[in-house]
Ligand binder design. Structure first.
Ligand SMILES: Cc1cc2nc3c(=O)[nH]c(=O)nc-3n(C[C@H](O)[C@H](O)[C@H](O)COP(=O)(O)OP(=O)(O)OC[C@H]3O[C@@H](n4cnc5c(N)ncnc54)[C@H](O)[C@@H]3O)c2cc1C
Length: 401
């Protein structure tokens, strides 16, 4: 699957910071982790810390799946608003999902300190109404979030204009959010775990997987095998190759980043993360090297050829969208990219066991919160592997569909 095209900024910025070998022999391990993106790297981090022997295998060079294309906003706010999610999964599970995403942001911050990773930046998140018709929805969303303890403020049109210089009907300002670079974070996580005994092999496509009663055998394209007691599928959107059920709708999304601005340039108040109620939504953030990153303009198809043809047009549309919000801020696009994106019916990820594939777990952080979902997946799966009860596991299980 061609997961991204164009010039994903983090890949341009960081290049290929570390090399990992191909697997050239047959090996045994307690846990095999298929996929070396952010999901695989986080699961490996948790398992290695729990003293479990594990191996990460990736078909691509590490990080070159969806992870390098991520715009890396960290939000507790799921693509499905809380007031709608409660109707899909029940109020308790909906609130808990939001809480877990908020906790995941704190967890990421803690991990970054432990592994000495510097590109994490705490922020706030501004969710504004794109249209007048969204005012009552945003009021309802604000009320339910407030009722359940999330630190939110409602901004009227006048307050939004005064504080952020945005002309829109109203907004919710949330205290909990952050920015990161998922690609360099993945490498730093893996490097940290490598020193603690993790084995990592990239450019090693797995062509066959046999799930036996007590073990799983993965066979590489060269015929080498990895025999593991357990397997974690951290395969991102390519999980559709392993699961017959239609669990995710794949579509295409676009992002563009500006040239670097002068160090002293102030973009908007506190450089908060910004997104809106449009469908598809527009979102923007800033970077530590003083650029503005905007994303959105999603298309409901997945075809990479069709997707890639639109890159230039989407870039122009995104710049226009940005200028409509901030007419006085200059945005000169420098790098633009596109990627496959997956959405589930309820906006929640799929985490845990899949009945027909014994001795395996899935860590599928689909949706706009892929990174925070990857943290939740790593926590739940580690608990399941070490035999510890996890009260949240059911919320994201395959059994819910
Ligand atoms: C443009 C864009 C913007 C995004 N913005 C955000 C955002 O702001 N915030 C956020 O939280 N999320 C965002 N996401 C989503 C987020 O990037 C993803 O959820 C996340 O990167 C997925 O990581 P992953 O490790 O699960 O998958 P991947 O990074 O795709 O890694 C999976 C790996 O599995 C490997 N693999 C698959 N099959 C095999 C096989 N048979 N053999 C060997 N290896 C295999 C692949 O090679 C791949 O490298 C965005 C995504 C895109 C595309």
């Amino acid at each position: 699957m061609k997961l991204s095209s164009g010039y994903p900024f983090w890949l341009v910025k960081n290049g290929l910071p570390y090399n990992y070998p191909k697997l050239q022999t047959s090996i045994k391990t307690d846990v095999a982790i298929l996929g070396g993106g952010i999901s695989g790297a986080l699961s490996a981090y948790y398992l290695i810390n729990a003293g479990i022997n594990c191996v990460v295998i990736d078909a691509r060079t590490i990080g070159l799946g969806s992870t390098c294309a991520s715009t890396s906003l960290l939000q507790y706010e799921i693509d499905t608003p809380l007031c709608k999610l409660k109707n899909l999964v029940g109020l308790d599970n909906a609130v808990r999902s939001y809480q877990l995403c908020a906790e995941a942001i704190e967890t990421i911050e803690t991990i970054t300190k432990k592994i000495n990773y510097k590109q994490f930046k705490a922020s706030k998140s501004l969710y504004y109404a794109a249209y007048k018709k969204d005012i009552s929805f945003l009021e309802e969303e604000f009320t339910i979030r407030k009722q359940h303890g999330f630190k939110v403020k409602f901004l009227t049109q006048a307050q939004l204009k005064k504080q952020f210089n945005i002309t829109a009907p109203c907004a919710i300002l949330s205290k909990c959010a952050a920015k990161i670079d998922a690609y360099s974070f993945t490498h730093t996580l893996l490097q940290h775990s490598l020193k603690k005994g993790l084995q990592i092999f990239d450019r090693t496509p797995i062509k066959n997987i046999k799930h036996n009663k007590n073990k799983v055998t993965l066979t590489t394209e060269n015929g080498n095998t990895i025999v593991a007691n357990k397997l974690i599928y951290a395969t991102g959107y390519e999980a559709v190759n392993f699961i017959k059920k239609k669990i995710v709708k794949l579509h295409s999304t676009y992002a563009t980043i500006s040239e670097q601005a002068n160090v002293k340039t102030k973009f908007w108040k506190d450089n908060v993360l910004i997104w809106n109620t449009a469908d598809p939504y527009l979102y923007m953030r800033t970077t530590s090297d003083n650029r503005i990153l905007i994303g959105g303009r999603d298309e409901e198809f997945f075809n990479p050829i069709k997707r890639d043809k639109l890159i230039n047009r989407k870039k122009n549309q995104l710049v226009k969208d940005f200028n409509a919000v901030f007419p006085s801020i200059e945005f000169k696009p420098e790098f633009t990219w596109t990627g496959t994106f997956g959405a589930t019916k309820d906006g929640l990820p799929f985490i845990g066991t899949y009945p027909s594939l014994p001795n395996s777990y899935f860590a599928l952080g689909f949706g706009g919160n892929g990174i925070t979902f990857s943290v939740i997946a790593a926590e739940i799966i580690t608990d399941l592997i070490i035999g510890k009860k996890n009260n949240d596991a059911e919320i994201f299980s395959f059994q819910r569909i």
